[in-house]
Design a protein around this ligand. Sequence first.
Ligand code: CU
Length: 333
Amino acid sequence: MNKKYIGLIFGAIAGVVVAVILVNSGKVEGTHTFTGLDSTVEYTMTELFKSPPPVTEHGWNVDRMVVFVHLLMGVLFVGWTLYFLYCIFNFRESNHPKADYHGARSKFWTTLAEYGVISAEVVLIVCFAIPLWAEVMNDTRLKEIKEQAIAKDDKNGTGLEIHILAKQFDWSARYAGNDKIFAQQDIRFADKSNNPFGLDPNDTSIDDVLVLAAKDRKGAIVVPKDTAVALKITSMDVIHSFKVLPLRVCKDAIPGLQLPIHFEVKTKYLEPKEENKDGEHVFLITCAQLCGDGHGSMNGYLKVISKEKFKQWLEAKSNAAKQARRENLAAAK
Ligand SMILES: [Cu+2]
């Protein structure tokens, strides 16, 4: 292999290693929140791509990445098209009746273009892609959110954990309830329509809040504003994918695996004019993996409400769930 290419490959590997080290040291934290071209990013995403504006911080970084990659691809597309047309015109038969085996004499422009593209790609990977990936896949942050969710002190209310369960063809969710503990699940109790989470029907101490089949707005999965939410996503049958476009959240739901993802809906990004009469924002959950003949209608709703309202909602739902368990058990006896 040409020495130049060996050098380039080593250079690229070294670049990625340095980027990973820098990201982990927190030194490039600032680059992925580069806001210089935000008006272009916003215009491209909302006007050209018809995507709803993101309501999370990481969503903005996803959009920046998407738009910058498209800009680079646009430049390459125009450049290559012009070069293609130039070649067709310049190397037409009447102009060059005999083939030239030497090719280009000057390498200046081709080398400049080559290194220009490589530099732009390195900047995209090192300054945007890797920090974004590190942020989304951050295990330490996930652990922190889960700890905040069960904390008894003033950190209480800054984190929340929700378990998401996908099945053909709807979405369900489970919250820990007032005791802040997720009840034990057991496959023996699991039943697709009545007890998808497999909770012990004889245990009256369980106060987990269940949202089964969030297909209508009233029965939506609820999350509070300005609160870090950690999701644990799984599936009961085939592979699905939990996607909420305005949150820029998309994660596969795979049977046998519990995949984590986290997000935080920020009030500053929520459009006041899209609020419903109760001051809530409702987003559509869709399935992003072809999962069967009902895939197209595998929708659900995710409702974003204020922290105070959420606290009340969860408390009331948790009490009601405990009460209903007692009544069901008494009726069964
Ligand atoms: Cu699906």
